[in-house]
Design a protein around this ligand. Structure first.
Ligand SMILES: Cc1ncc(C[n+]2csc(CCOP(=O)(O)OP(=O)(O)O)c2C)c(N)n1
Ligand SMILES: [Mg+2]
Length: 425
């Protein structure tokens, strides 16, 4: 049922049992060619009633829901009802994320922060989804959805301070950079342990339903992390208890240096996994802002009307290295991101707005300048509060506080030995 053209083809035709080790199509030095991925306007996938039986979404799980073509024209059954103002707001948030990512990555290279993770190429997913659910809905993100905080107007300076592990960091340097957390903004603490957020989100959604609330949870997982047990436990519980949760799989083709085939992506789409658990499952062009917005609205309405969870696979491409600790030139051709047939999400939304007569190249250039200046100035203010290069300004004593009501004797001993003080009576 699924569209093989959008999955990496299996070239070899085995004649006897042999261990299949999936290999990406291209390695450094190869010329990437994705012409086997046939980019159509859409797969003529209808927009079913939100309370449709899950098996009615089989074609949606195997195909690809799209609204915009590569020239920025938008049409079809999934065309969302969205104002030009909201689209411009989305564009602004996506650009802010990209500029902030570039700035923070550069500062990591200068030794001001220990680590950074960019989301280049994936900004439409976090931003469009943040705009398509309510602020009271709880998000359980991975480290690549900084766009949700930006779209929810979380202070950029606070994000930067967390990355700098300085006195303005709400986590007081206890978390890794980019692992944000904010109850007020409905942004559950990011966990470095992959996969955990899926089960946490389902549990939160079950509690929401138990209390007869119509708040939903929105969870994220990467293609690679779907190979973990947590992914499957979460789908099973979500299905059994009809939890109001949106289960997003961000298939950006890579899990650090492992390509998505290693997580089983060569034989079946990631969205199709939801069908086996009786969950509505949709696969969407993750670089198409309008399509991401539309499928999320559909899934949110389904959840709020008692239809339970939806699995959404966002088909996209991680346009840069995994993190500041990664060197992608070791395992994939450097031109691969440019060869990706679904383009860049920011360019595509910009093009669409221009086609609508709601934007221009001049306005875009002005916005870029305004946001670059804002990011630069905000960073300066953040760095003035300290960094790992100049001193974080955080009292080392805080390392031992805020976790346990009563410190264990072992911790007390460690605190004393490290010279930060004594908690003993
Ligand atoms: C349980 C666990 N296993 C392994 C890791 C190391 N690790 C961190 S990120 C990553 C790759 C994840 O890839 P994917 O799920 O596709 O997400 P992406 O980074 O592409 O968004 C790995 C293996 C980890 N943090 N936690
Ligand atoms: Mg990935």
């Amino acid at each position: 049922m699924h569209d093989r053209r959008t999955i990496l083809p299996i070239d070899e035709k085995p004649s006897s049992p042999e261990l299949h080790i999936p290999e990406p199509l291209y390695r450094p030095g190869d010329k990437p060619d994705f012409s086997h991925i046939h980019v159509r306007r859409s797969d003529n996938l209808e927009r079913p009633d939100v309370l449709v039986d899950s098996y009615e979404t089989e074609r949606h799980a195997g195909g690809l829901i799209r609204v915009m073509n590569m020239d920025g024209d938008a049409s079809g059954p999934w065309m969302p009802d969205i104002s030009a103002d909201t689209l411009r707001q989305g564009l602004r948030s996506m650009l802010t994320v990209r500029l902030m990512d570039d700035r923070m990555f550069a500062m990591q290279r200068q030794g001001k922060l220990s680590f950074y993770l960019k989301s280049r190429g994936e900004e439409a997913i976090s931003v469009a989804q943040a705009l398509s659910v309510r602020k009271s809905d709880m998000v359980f993100p991975t480290y690549r959805q900084q766009g949700i905080l930006v779209a929810r107007n979380y202070p950029l300076k606070r994000m930067m301070c967390q990355c700098l592990s300085n006195a303005g960091d709400p986590a007081l340097g206890r978390q890794m950079p980019t692992m944000y957390s904010s109850k007020e903004y409905g942004f559950f603490s990011i966990s470095g342990n992959l996969g955990t957020q899926f089960i946490q989100a389902v549990g939160w959604a079950m509690a929401s339903a138990y209390k007869n609330r119509d708040d939903l949870a929105m969870a994220y997982i990467g293609d690679g992390s779907t190979a973990e047990g947590d992914f499957h436990y979460a789908l099973n519980f979500a299905s059994t208890y009809r939890a109001p949760v949106i289960l997003n799989i961000v298939n950006n083709q890579w899990a650090i240096s492992s390509f998505q085939g290693i997580a089983g992506g060569q034989s079946k789409t990631f969205a199709s996994r939801g069908l086996g658990y009786g969950l509505a499952s949709l696969r969407v062009d993750g670089n198409d802002f309008l399509a991401v917005y539309a499928v999320t609205r559909w899934a949110a309405e389904r959840a709020r009307r008692g239809g339970g969870a939806t699995v959404i696979e966002h088909y996209t491409y991680r346009a840069e290295g995994h993190s500041s600790s990664d060197d992608p030139s070791k395992y994939r051709p450097s031109e691969e991101a440019n060869a990706w047939p679904y383009g860049d999400p920011i360019d595509r939304l910009k093009q669409h707005l221009i086609k609508l007569g709601e934007w221009s190249d001049e306005q875009h250039a002005e916005l870029l300048e305004e946001l670059s200046e804002m990011v630069r100035e905000t960073y300066k203010e953040a760095e003035a509060l300290g960094s790992i290069a100049s001193g974080t300004g955080i009292d080392p004593k805080t390392m031992f506080e805020g976790v346990y009501e009563h410190m264990s004797p072992k911790l007390e001993e460690q605190a004393e030995l490290s010279g930060v003080g004594s908690w003993r009576e």
